[in-house]
Design a protein around this ligand. Structure first.
Ligand code: F6P
Length: 553
């Protein structure tokens, strides 16, 4: 398959700014013609024309320093800041202006973002490769569920069980799951620690036995509830950990095991009594599943009413995403800034820096959300993607990140756009600490964007120079309570889906992780030393197997 282009989607000559060709025409050069290039005019599709406009705006803005963009427009902050309720996104420090944003909005329309959004909310099989809907919004009241699927009844069962556990003698809850069956509840339980008044929560995901051993070491099987969370109930890591945890529970397994899955028969076969099995539906993707039964460990930690507030926050964002015009639609605007960064400017990574210690797992959560959803090289129709798709998403909380990798963000050779996330108010934490936290957050955004004017010292010692012109988006809300967290997660979900729609890729499958899983299954008997299983291994794998055997002797 041909490599997709590194930057923008249409690696072809762009008409000069003077407008030598109308926007609906493109120029192609016939490679067969040497010497004087043959210029052919052909009609562009509206989508191609929209992409070309985006690239033209980016080419205009690329050499203009952010300092100049602000100097030229005293209303730039108001013009490029957008709000929904107390949540705002400030795009003024992105390499955008009104004309560039306009071009991006036209691209969203040409890519039929509105139609695709409606199809998703209506329950159409937008996950085409698997023939499924993507209706995670229905788990939180943000969309209608398919007829016959009793979402409210299922949620009531989960929350009643959660309240029962909270009222019982259970002291610890261990959620065993991986990927979407781990990152969501683990991230949200950490984020909502001021609301955590239920039993202690633990999350075991890695098949590395150290993860389970280190978690169970201090726990008592008599007072520990183990939840096996797996959409498929087949995932190697989860099922291996589940079997070991069941053995550790011993006689208590009959009372202290629960399961969450779409495969109720597999849960029963594993020995989990039906009254402690909580189902969901194949129209919920793993990385979008936190809102239903996969959120059981979170519901036990914070209780039913706060869990419902968490869902309400996400549903508020669903309504905003579905109803607001693209011009004021926060997930769409965030996605368009992402398209500008990735395709128009050609920046391959994004740093996600919450100035909120309790969001320390949020970058990992968004990493799965964006990279598993949009890390694709083929379109919905199976054709090679015409442009770069998901960027690498990574990050750590500020201020810690300032003292580890921010050096590279400020003075490294790559431009790495940053998403800053901060709350105006602390929750259960010192107000002066919070003021310093926010001061740091704002200082970093300003230093990245504007740099420092060169002094005489900088001129003679270039390593002191702060060039600036490095973009960031600042996402602000009042405080990180359950409602705000639900809304923030849904903001990133819909941003991800919008980017996938513009790239015309399926944001709901994940075939890229299947092959590695298959190979691991084949290598498991090799690692056990079972006879004949090592035959036919690739020489590098065989060499490493031999070395492991020597080291393990
Ligand atoms: O890593 C791939 C993946 O399929 C994720 O999409 C999913 O969240 C995770 O594995 C866990 O899957 P399951 O919930 O079926 O155990």
């Amino acid at each position: 398959m041909p490599e997709p282009a590194a930057g923008g989607p249409i690696p072809r000559p762009v008409p000069a700014a003077s407008g030598a060709l109308p926007a609906v025409f493109r120029r192609t050069v016939d490679p067969a013609v040497t010497g004087a290039a043959l210029v052919v005019q052909e009609i562009m599709t509206p989508l191609e024309a929209a992409w070309e406009r985006v690239h033209r705006e980016a080419a205009r803005l690329r050499p203009v320093h952010l300092r100049t963009l602000f100097a030229d427009d005293p209303a730039r902050f108001e013009r490029l800041s957008f709000a929904f309720e107390d949540l705002s996104i400030d795009l003024s420090k992105e390499k955008l202006d009104a004309a560039a944003l306009d071009a991006l909005l036209a691209l969203a329309r040409a890519a039929n973002v509105e139609g695709r959004r409606e199809a998703m909310f209506a329950g159409a099989p937008v996950n085409r490769t698997e023939g499924r809907a993507a209706l995670h919004m229905a788990l939180r009241g943000g969309a209608a569920a398919p007829p016959g699927d009793d979402v409210e009844g299922a949620l009531a069962d989960v929350l009643a069980f959660a309240e029962g556990v909270r009222a019982s003698s259970v002291t610890d809850v261990v959620n065993i799951g991986i990927g979407g069956s781990d990152l969501g509840p683990a991230m949200a339980t950490r984020a909502l620690s001021p609301d955590h008044d239920g039993p202690r929560g633990h999350f075991v995901s890695n098949v590395d036995g150290a993860h389970l051993a280190d978690t169970l070491r201090r726990l008592d099987p008599a007072t520990t509830l183990v939840i096996i969370a797996s959409k498929t109930f087949t995932t190697l890591e989860t099922m291996t950990n589940a079997r070991s945890a069941r053995a550790w529970l011993g006689d208590h397994a009959a009372d202290n095991l629960a399961a969450v899955s779409t495969d109720l028969a597999a849960c029963a076969a594993f020995g989990v009594p039906a009254e402690r099995v909580f189902g969901f539906w194949d129209w919920v993707g793993g990385r979008y599943s936190l809102w239903g039964a996969i959120g059981l460990s979170l519901a036990i930690a914070i209780g039913a009413s706060r869990f419902r507030a968490f869902l309400a926050g996400a549903a508020a964002m669903d309504r905003h995403f579905r109803d607001a015009a693209l011009e004021e639609n926060l997930p769409v605007l965030l996605a368009l800034a992402g398209i500008s960064r990735r395709n128009a400017m050609g920046w391959p990574t994004v740093a996600l820096i919450p100035y909120d210690q309790r969001l320390e797992r949020f970058p990992a959560y968004v990493q799965q959300l964006e990279m598993e959803s949009n890390g694709k090289s083929v379109t919905q129709d199976g054709a090679p993607a015409a442009c770069a798709t998901a960027p690498v998403v990574w990050g750590e909380p500020g201020t810690n990140a300032q003292h580890s990798f921010f050096q590279l963000l400020h003075q490294g050779t790559d431009v790495i756009p940053v998403d800053f996330i901060a709350a105006a108010r602390p929750r259960g934490a010192d107000a002066e600490h919070h003021r310093l936290l926010l001061a740091n957050c704002l200082a970093q955004g300003a230093a990245l964007a504007f740099g420092r004017p060169q002094t005489e010292a900088d001129r003679s010692a270039p390593h002191l120079a702060f060039p600036g012109d490095r973009p960031s988006t600042t996402i602000l809300h009042r405080e990180l309570d359950p409602f705000a967290l639900g809304r923030l997660i849904a903001l990133y979900e819909h941003k991800t889906v919008t980017m996938g729609a513009i790239w015309n890729i399926n944001s709901f499958d994940q075939f890229g992780v299947e092959f590695g899983k298959e190979l691991a299954q084949r290598l498991a008997p090799v690692m056990r030393g079972e006879d004949g299983t090592a035959a036919g291994l690739h020489q590098s794998t065989a060499g490493l197997v031999a070395r492991i055997r020597v080291l393990d002797r």
